[in-house]
Design a protein around this ligand. Structure first.
Ligand code: GDP
Length: 394
């Protein structure tokens, strides 16, 4: 975090003094999505991956810089930074840029949705409405496409992950941060990010991280729950999972400049007292954040499909809109894996409603059956009589 000196202790959440250094599983110069084939079926590899990442947070927190650093690309070549006067009037603009990145033969169609203007306007409370609208619009589009004829070639523009940038100079989460996260936590996977971590000392990072986690807990905000790794995974992977979980909210530093440190070219920020290396796990959690994103890309897509999208579909169903048929092999009901129970409640109610309707149908069928039975019983003597006659005839 400070001088570009490799001897520094790495970030820790305070109580893991003898923690192993975080090992970057990727080679320098690679983002790491070439490893995605291990996560999914070969078919999707041929097609390429579709992933949408949304970045939200006050302007100036380094969102664009971080995204460019993450994907080693310039996603915003023609960016216009609004003036202060423009900002006062500004409503939140949704800015979606799509790039196709190819690494070792694996294609990733990445859409980054930036939300310039968030928190800029004087009327901040309304600033997340366009964001919610955008997320819903993508679900709606998917729902329409899914019920259409060309279901095999749907472009998935649903937002799979949202990096929420927290201001390092506030004393934890602000009311706007809390309100936003609460408004979207059942729609999108939130990954909280502590921005510009180079402006904080190591101790401040640890204290602020803990405070943010406490606030998240106190306000029952459901952030993306990193899944537990299986007990049969190897120890290195288990350690990586543990460290990734321990790093939330990821304290990051972004930079678009390449600096030479000890003869090595690194992405970093140069200060009078030294260089902050973005990709040095001892300086910040950038590599952990990127590793989390890459290694959990499929899980983030699955939680989007099985929890958030199903929540949306259930709401639509409840409001009387025509349901789309689920994809073959896709579950109707969500696997509400989000922690603390609450997130699946909408679906649970919907399932319950569906069950009640089925019960009601069953009850009506039983009534009809009993009526038919009663009718048969009342005609039985006559029938038997006829039968007797017949047998006599024979
Ligand atoms: P955005 O409005 O959130 O997209 O922020 P930008 O990426 O445009 O960054 C705003 C300013 O903060 C620029 O001058 C960046 O160089 C600077 N910046 C970006 N990331 C960092 C960081 O991690 N630490 C520090 N100290 N400054 C940063």
């Amino acid at each position: 975090m400070h001088a570009g000196n490799g001897d520094r202790a790495q970030w820790s959440s305070g109580d893991e003094e003898d923690e192993e250094p975080f090992v970057n599983p990727e080679q320098a110069g690679y983002v790491g999505f070439a490893n995605l084939p291990n996560q999914v079926h070969r078919k999707s590899v041929k097609k390429g991956f579709e992933f949408t990442l949304m970045v939200v947070g006050e302007s100036g927190l380094g969102k664009s810089t971080l995204v460019n650093s993450l994907f080693l690309t310039d996603l915003y070549p023609e960016r216009h930074i609004p003036s202060a006067a423009e900002k006062i009037e500004q409503t939140v603009k949704i800015d979606a840029s799509t790039v196709e990145i190819e690494e070792r033969g694996v294609k990733l169609r990445l859409t980054v949705v930036d939300t310039p203007g968030f928190g800029d306007s004087l009327n901040s409370v309304d600033c997340f409405k366009p964001i919610i609208q955008y997320i819903d619009d993508q679900f709606e589009r998917y729902l329409t496409d899914e019920s259409g004829l060309n279901r095999r070639h749907i472009v998935d523009n649903r937002v799979h992950c949202c990096f929420y940038f927290i201001n390092p100079s506030g004393h934890g989460l602000k009311p706007l941060d809390i309100a936003f996260m609460k408004a979207v936590h059942h729609k999108v996977n939130i990954v909280p990010v502590l921005a510009k971590a180079d402006t904080l000392t190591q101790l401040e990072v640890v204290t602020l991280k803990r405070k943010i986690l406490d606030q998240i807990d106190d306000h029952s905000i459901r952030i993306y729950p990193l899944p537990d790794c299986d007990s049969d995974e190897d120890d290195d992977y288990k350690e990586q999972c543990r460290q990734l979980k321990g790093a939330v909210p990821f304290a990051v530093v972004g930079a678009n400049t390449i600096i030479e440190v000890k003869g090595k070219k690194v992405r970093g920020r140069m200060y009078p007292w030294g260089v902050v290396e973005v990709e040095n796990p001892e300086h910040c959690d950038f590599i952990k954040l990127r590793t989390m994103l890459i290694t959990h890309m499929q899980d983030l897509q699955e939680v989007t499909q099985e929890t958030h999208y199903e929540n949306f579909r259930a709401e639509k169903l409840a409001s009387g809109a025509a349901p789309a048929k689920p994809k073959p092999g896709k579950p109707m009901a969500p696997i509400a894996r989000m922690e603390n129970g609450g997130i699946g409640n909408g679906d649970y109610n919907d399932k319950e409603r569906e069950l009640r309707q089925k019960e009601e149908e069953l009850r009506r069928m039983q009534e009809r059956l009993s009526r038919m039975q009663a009718e048969i019983d009342s005609k039985r003597p006559q029938l038997m009589h006829n039968g007797d006659l017949k047998s006599q005839d024979v």
